[in-house]
Ligand binder design. Structure first.
Ligand code: URA
Length: 266
């Protein structure tokens, strides 16, 4: 098909659609649905013998499933990490699942002393099926390597384990809603129980809201707290550090504090 657009603007437009979450091309020709004639309602034939139309009666609303309760049940029933993965993948309460390519659960060593909790997969993670693999993830790996920890480390003492509050990518990387967080929090809490790390690192506001019940990461970062029975260190998200490189100095202080805490807890 001939296009009025040049190659570069067509490519930029396509990337924008992908960024918005479009995954399929459904027709060769675009359809401007706003320009279509509205379809008139079908005429109803009325004969003199027809019974009078029934007065519409109000239908009782279909009962809504209590997905938070279902999530709590499913999470509590998961006896190990494999069962938890299956329970998350089978959970149908969260609309984000329908727009995601992959359910992104975790990466790293499940025996790690440090469990890192991010927000939600972005585009790269949605494609790869693993958390923190894009630019922010590469920075996260460098940050923890600087204190001798890595996701591929075979020994628990040198390892990190990484997950997110949400296992599915929100469209256009928007923040997860309070309802979405409430539905997935029971799975995350069970995840923390099963991994049983020595401490948690919360990357940004969404995991702070989920684990500590409050946000304000720029005030909270660097201060040890207690959540879900673990020492908790809130840190600014690596994506924030990419946009605000001067904040890396504070992040370095937080990493040193994590290293010191691991020594204290030995
Ligand atoms: N940001 C997150 O919070 N998690 C990811 O997995 C990737 C980017």
């Amino acid at each position: 098909m001939e296009s009025a657009q040049d190659w570069h603007s067509a490519k930029a437009l396509l990337e924008w659609y992908i960024e918005l979450g479009a995954v399929d091309a459904i027709g060769d020709e675009p359809v401007d649905r706003y320009a279509l004639e509205p379809t008139p309602p079908k005429p109803v034939k009325v004969s003199p013998d027809s019974p009078a139309p029934a007065t519409p009666t109000k239908q009782p609303a279909a009962p809504q499933a209590d997905y938070v309760a279902l999530a709590k049940q499913a999470a509590a029933a998961a006896g190990d990490l494999e069962a938890l993965r299956n329970a998350i993948a089978a959970f149908e309460g969260c609309e984000l699942k329908r727009g995601a390519r992959n359910t992104v659960i975790a990466d790293g060593n499940p025996g790690a002393r440090v469990m890192i909790i991010g927000e939600a997969p972005g585009r790269d993670e949605d494609i790869a099926g693993k958390p923190f693999v894009g630019r922010a993830g590469q920075l996260l790996d460098k940050m923890f390597a600087a204190i001798g920890l890595g996701r591929d480390a075979p020994l628990s003492k040198d390892a990190i384990y990484i997950t997110n509050v949400m296992p599915w990518r929100p469209p256009n990387n928007r923040d997860p809603s309070a309802d979405e967080i409430a539905m997935m929090a029971p799975f995350l809490e069970r995840h923390v129980q099963l991994v049983a790390p020595d401490l948690l690192v919360l990357m940004g506001n969404t995991p702070c809201q989920t684990v500590l019940g409050r946000k304000g990461i720029l005030r909270m970062r660097g201060n040890w707290d207690q959540g879900w029975g673990k020492p908790v260190m809130p840190m600014t998200h690596p994506a924030y550090l990419l946009r605000n490189p001067v904040a890396k100095r504070e992040a370095w202080a937080d990493l040193l504090s994590i290293r010191a805490k691991l020594r204290d807890l030995e």
